[in-house]
Design a protein around this ligand. Structure first.
Ligand SMILES: NC(=O)c1ccc[n+]([C@@H]2O[C@H](COP(=O)([O-])OP(=O)(O)OC[C@H]3O[C@@H](n4cnc5c(N)ncnc54)[C@H](OP(=O)(O)O)[C@@H]3O)[C@@H](O)[C@H]2O)c1
Length: 254
């Protein structure tokens, strides 16, 4: 039994990493997927692989900070597949990681716009489409950074990502009566271009791996499976949660 049979899912950040893995997994579980990110060639390649594997995929390149793009993605889901049931708002940026007194306001705003305001814009346009289907599942990719762990030099990233948890709780309360579940996914260190950009030597990556109880980073597919859980009826009574999938990063002291 495919867990997303008959469902239509929008995934942002689908050109890379966790979002790309989720796009493949959701499609293999029966969902029609709409793929979003700025890099069209990458989206096209992922969509082609999904279609070659027997799935259904559409893509549209754009910047999640732009409200017309948020609208256009929902319109594409409706036009191509007939509606929207699931939105995995996963696109994100580390932004500028420097001591806070050196962080200029523009860099702060860029991180907040990409990680937090874009999630609001996405949800704003996704929710009416879900209401028209009688419910749905919204997922935001947050992180342990700014939730269970404070790291120096991450003020904008941490603030934007913990802001997503507040957004999750507010939307869960607002739309629970309408059968829309809203949850945040909090990955630990995950082997993606983002993690490699933050830790640009094998030694630095190994050091981050050691911070996790499991002494390794996650594979993107492991986060995709967690997103699938939140998207599916397996998580039917779960809403308003911040779900740590962090390999024990938050509890580890060894
Ligand atoms: N990797 C980790 O260790 C880790 C840990 C905790 C949380 N996370 C979170 O997980 C999410 C996915 O990250 P990842 O690790 O998979 O990194 P990634 O491989 O670098 O993927 C980031 C994705 O976000 C998209 N994106 C970034 N800015 C965008 C914009 N303005 N408009 C549209 N798309 C944009 C990128 O696509 P384009 O470049 O094509 O636009 C890309 O598809 C992020 O929200 C990140 O903060 C990651």
């Amino acid at each position: 039994m495919q867990r997303l049979q008959g469902k239509i899912a929008l995934i942002t950040g689908a050109s890379s990493g966790i979002g790309q893995a989720a796009a493949r997994l959701f499609a293999s579980e029966g969902a029609c997927v709409v793929l979003a990110a700025r890099r069209g060639a990458e989206l096209q390649a992922v969509a082609a692989q999904i279609v070659d594997a027997g799935g259904q995929a559409a893509w549209l390149a754009g910047d999640v900070r732009d409200e017309p793009y948020a609208q256009a993605l929902v319109a594409l889901a409706i036009e191509r597949f007939g509606g929207l049931d699931i939105a995995f708002n996963n696109a994100g940026t580390l932004g500028t990681l420097i001591p806070t007194p050196q962080l200029d306001a523009q860099a702060w705003r860029e991180t907040l716009d990409t990680n937090l305001s874009a999630a609001f814009l996405g949800a704003k346009h996704q929710i009416p489409a879900m209401l028209a289907r009688g419910g749905g599942s919204l997922i935001f990719t947050s992180t342990f950074v700014g939730y269970t762990v404070g790291f120096p030099g991450t003020a904008a990233y941490a603030a934007s990502k913990s802001g997503l948890i507040g957004l999750t709780q507010a939307l869960a309360a607002e739309f629970g009566p309408h059968a829309i579940r809203v949850n945040a996914l909090l990955p630990g260190g995950t082997q993606t271009p983002m993690a490699e950009a933050m830790n640009d030597t094998p030694e630095a990556l190994a050091q981050v791996a050691q911070m996790h109880a499991l002494k390794r980073l996650a594979r993107p597919e492991e986060l995709a499976r967690a997103a699938l859980f939140l998207a599916s009826e397996d998580a039917g009574f779960m809403t308003g949660s911040a779900m740590l999938v962090d390999g024990g990063m938050s509890i580890n002291r060894s």
